[in-house]
Design a protein around this ligand. Structure first.
Ligand code: SF4
Length: 400
């Protein structure tokens, strides 16, 4: 880690080359270089975070994973997505990016004593490989995050899912559910903060993983949050966020109010469907109305929600009742413009319990077009006075 403080003011250089220009911005959050359509963004430790060249966006997580994205159609929204695991391919992307950035720095003569500039100029790929193994030591795999949390700082006070039986979900089958003890959690926070170094300045949201952090006893949860606050000043944090299920969690409005006062901003709830029969196919406990009670209590306490709907659940055979009952449940939630409804298209994993149940029941999967139509039909049925944000949640995009 560099012993260099935060960048206090933004420095911007624009350098003309013919009709194009190179723009270099060193800001309190990151180091960004652009030339024509090319964009390269690094955190203040010099880790590549976004790279855009040859009409392809590459997002790189702290884990070292790279996700390549390319828009192939805007309406309907279609992206071609590849998760790049192969080290040689990753190396080619990183090498190309560092070469382009080096050229931009030389061309503009950009000079600044901040160590991130030298580090990016050097483009030390060996260091990035080394960081991948550090990451694997301090984290269990971050299997899934809500799409608005990819740039959060994630801590894992809990590991796994206390339920872990939903037929379609394989995120946490590799681990036993457990709480970290407070001392262990303090060490984890310390390690994560050291690992991030100055790169922390890019991440203002704190996501408490894994699957169901609200399951923790409120006093324990409070201690987890206070531990994080011992290492990161409150004013640097936009808020705390986590997943919750709606069937094991019961917290009073007072408890939730206390969490809100500690900085809790949004809880993401996997409702999946408002239809009790589809819920049974998903092996998820009902009734779905329990999710309404939880959302009401959260909203009354001043905590916003993200509600996740599983598009295609139950296949063609349950299409209609999935739409109608999901609309009914969503409309009975006091959602507003600070909340999000996420539409996540069902991806049936090979060998999953859902696949077995679907085969047994003779369920027919929806095509992509049918899923788009199902999303539209649910959207059409929503009647909130201040409509919540509505967005696609592609689980394959998760990157951290
Ligand atoms: S969907 Fe949520 S509650 Fe169900 S097993 Fe997966 S993480 Fe657990």
């Amino acid at each position: 880690m560099d012993e260099w403080g935060p960048v206090v003011e933004t420095i911007k250089t624009i350098h003309k080359i013919g009709d194009d220009e190179i723009t270099i911005v060193l800001s309190p959050c990151c180091f960004r270089l652009t030339y024509g359509e090319e964009v390269y963004v690094f955190d203040l430790e010099g880790r590549p975070v976004f790279m855009y060249f040859d009409r392809q966006l590459y997002e790189r997580g702290l884990s070292g994973e790279i996700v390549a994205k390319k828009w192939i159609s805007v309406t309907p929204p279609r992206r071609h997505l590849v998760r790049i695991m192969d080290r040689d391919v990753k190396e080619r992307i990183l090498r190309h990016s560092f070469e382009r950035v080096r050229w931009m720095l030389e061309e503009t003569g950009f000079d600044h004593p901040d160590p991130v500039v030298k580090r990016v100029y050097r483009g030390d790929i060996q260091r990035l490989w080394m960081e991948e193994s550090v990451f694997r030591r301090i984290y269990r795999p971050i299997s899934i995050l809500p799409p608005d949390q990819y740039l959060s700082l994630v801590f894992q006070p809990l590991e796994g899912c206390p339920y872990n039986k939903c037929s379609f979900c394989t995120f946490y089958r590799d681990r036993e559910f457990r709480f970290k003890g407070l001392e262990e959690f303090r060490r984890h926070v310390e390690e994560v903060v050291n690992f991030l170094g100055r790169g922390i300045s890019m991440r203002h949201r704190i996501f408490l993983a894994d699957a169901n952090t609200l399951f923790a006893d409120t006093r324990l949860l409070r201690s987890y949050i206070e531990t994080v606050l011992d290492y990161i000043p409150r004013h640097d944090i936009e808020g705390f966020y986590s997943f919750s299920d709606y069937f094991t969690v019961y917290k009073t409005e007072e408890e939730l109010g206390m969490l809100r006062n500690l900085g809790y901003k949004r809880v993401y709830i996997g409702l999946e469907t408002g239809d009790p029969e589809v819920l049974r196919i998903l092996s998820k406990p009902g009734p779905p109305e329990r999710s309404v009670n939880l959302v009401k209590r959260l909203k009354a306490a001043g905590i916003n929600v993200g509600v996740i709907i599983l598009i295609g659940a139950g296949g063609r055979e349950y299409y209609r009742q999935h739409v109608e009952n999901t609309v009914k449940i969503l409309n009975s939630m006091p959602l507003d413009r600070r909340d999000i409804i996420y539409f996540s298209k069902l991806k049936v994993r090979e060998g999953s319990e859902y696949q077995r149940i679907a085969e047994e029941m003779g369920l027919t999967s929806l095509s992509d077009e049918e899923m788009d139509r199902q999303i539209e039909e649910i959207k059409q049925g929503l009647r909130h006075v201040e409509p919540p944000i509505q967005a696609i949640y592609d689980i394959d995009e998760t990157i951290y």
